[in-house]
Design a protein around this ligand. Sequence first.
Ligand SMILES: Nc1ncnc2c1ncn2[C@@H]1O[C@H](COP(=O)(O)OP(=O)(O)OP(=O)(O)O)[C@@H](O)[C@H]1O
Ligand SMILES: [Mg+2]
Length: 274
Amino acid sequence: MPNHTYHEPLLALRNISQQFDGEVVLRDISLDVLDVKRPGVQQGQVVGFYGRSGIGKSVLCRIIAGLLPPSTGTVQVGNPLRPVVPGDVGFVQQRYPLFDHRTLFDNLLVAAARKHAPAEAKARVETYLERFGLAPHRRKYPAMLSGGQRQRAAIAQQLLCSEHLIILDEPFSGLDVAMIDEVKKIIIEVTTLDELNTVVVVSHDLVTTTSISDTLWLLAPERDAAGQLLPGATITKEHQYNLADMGLAWRPGVDAVPEFVQLVQHLKDEIRKV
Ligand SMILES: Nc1ncnc2c1ncn2[C@@H]1O[C@H](COP(=O)(O)OP(=O)(O)OP(=O)(O)O)[C@@H](O)[C@H]1O
Ligand SMILES: [Mg+2]
């Protein structure tokens, strides 16, 4: 018996398309992320976002974050929904920028000060340094941090300065298995801190990402009724997977469940299709 329920939308995409110099990259993408509620838990949302390399995932992320105006369509975020403006959505890009001439502490403080008064900003930075295991490195400059420490710093930075929605573009790439577990834990923790918190995880690591998601999007080419390939990629209804309804969300050790293994195989087959 599913004991989760769906409520108001926190992210709404309507008819998003994107062209660059006449080359269609994205075509007619419409979808919603609804607030999912579970009794007795602060349950945020995790969306796993897949598609083959070069298909347009990062482009769609920039559009969702309000950093790239789409050729057509609208993005609305927040509760109540309103048109996105840059800064609403935290975005940890594939190559995330930190200020190289500032210490880790100062990097985080700059981000927090965009949203909070000085005393509050400092307190929040302290909290995040502790929570992300970065406190011993607070005086280091970005060049002195390991890849995993940088990754956590970038995630903390975006959490400190954005509203409830954050996008992580390839958060697991280049990390060792222990670090992957750590970033997974951080994502789960972020989404249980506040009912409205929503994390979109773009990844080629289907097992790791699916195991922490309640929804999946697959960006893929589409054919018309006559079998002709349509220009650009889209996320059809069939490629929006509800893991909560399948009983595959919020389950520790879910990656050993046969239905989960089958789903990952299905996703691989769909991604390979052209
Ligand atoms: N500013 C731009 N001008 C022209 N083309 C662009 C621009 N930005 C992206 N593209 C093109 O859009 C397509 C999608 O790129 P995108 O970075 O979104 O791929 P992706 O799905 O994130 O791939 P990967 O998994 O390798 O990161 C690519 O063909 C890319 O060259
Ligand atoms: Mg990308």
